[in-house]
Design a protein around this ligand. Sequence first.
Ligand code: NDP
Length: 322
Amino acid sequence: MVLAIRVHQTGGPDVMVAEDIDLTPPQAGEVRVRHTAIGVNYIDTYFRSGLYKTTLPFSPGNEAAGIIEAVGEGVSDFKPGDRVVYLHGPGAYVEVRNVPADKLIPLPDTVPDEVAAASLLKGLTVQYLLRSTFEVKSGHSLLFHAAAGGVGLIAGQWARHLGAHIIGTAGSQAKVDLAMAHGYDHVINYAENGFVPKALELNGGRFDVVYDSVGADTFPASLDVLKPRGLFVSFGQSSGPIPPFDIGILNAKGSLYMTRPSLFAYNATREDLLASARELFDLIGRGIITIPIHQRFALKDAAKAHQALESRATTGTTILVP
Ligand code: NDP
C-alpha cells in the first residue's frame, strides 16, 4: 500500500483526501519511481477545482523527483537506483508511482531532488516562453506578471541572463523586494495603483512582450503597454479566466499578436523535452538560476499547500515531501 492524495469530486482544497492505495508492478515500458519530492504547481489547482477536466477519481500533481525501484519489460535506458525527475499528467501526489519511461529525465549530480521537483515544470515553462514563444534577445523589453511566484522568479533570472530588460509585477512590497533579488530591473506593486502608467514610466516606453499568467484581473490592461505589433502571451489564469472579448481590440491597440501557449505542446517529443531540460539544468548547475523553495509541506498536507498557493500566501516554489 502507498499513501496517495485523491480527489473523488472536484472543488476546493478540502476535496483532496489522503488514502492508502494498491500499486501494481510496472507494466511494459513503465518504471516504478519512489518519490523524494513532489512539485506543487498552479495547474494542480485547476484540475482539483474542475477548471481543467480529467477522469475521477484522480491524484493531482504533474511532476516529481525520485529513485527508480523497478523497471517494466522493454525498459533499457533506466535501472533501479537511478535518480530521475518527470513531467506527467495528474497522478504525482503519491509516495510511489508507475511512470512511462519516456517521460523520465535523468538527474545530473548538480541538481538535488528537491530542486528538480520544484523547477522542472516551472523552468520548462520559462524555457519555452523566453526561447520559443518569443525568442528573447539582449535589449528586448518584457513585462512579467506575478514576478515573485514560482514561474516568475525563474523568469526574472533567465531573462536577465539573456540580456533583456524585464519589469515585473507583484502583490505586496515583500514580493517586490524578493523579485528584485531575482533578476528583475524593476518590480511594481500592482495591488496599489494598477501597473500601466508605472510600467510605461519605468520602461521608458512600450514593451515588446507581456507575459500574463494572472488572467482576468490584468486583462485588457496588459494590452495598453505593448508596442505596435507587440506580443501578448496569456499563459495562465490565477485570478480567473479572461472572459470572451472582441478580437477587434488587437487592431485598436496597435495590430497586436496574442497567443495562449501550453508547456505540453512545446515539449511533445522526447527530443524537445530532453533538450529543454538540459538547458534548464545546465543554468541551474552553473548557478545562473537558483530555485527558491520557500514552502515545504508533508504529502498528507497537500490541501494546505493549495490553500497557501490560491490565497497568494506563497512566494517562489512549493514542494510536497512524501
Ligand atoms: P505562482 O507561484 O506564480 O502563484 C500564482 C501567483 O499569481 C500568486 O502568488 C499571485 O501573486 C498571483 N495572483 C494574482 N491574482 C491572483 C488571485 N486572484 N489568486 C491567486 N493568485 C493570484 O504559481 P506558479 O508559478 O505555479 O504558476 C504561475 C502561473 O503560470 C499560473 O497561472 C499557472 O497556471 C501558469 N502556468 C502556465 C503554464 C503553461 O504552459 N501555460 C505552465 C506552468 C504554469 P501576486 O500576489 O504577486 O499577484
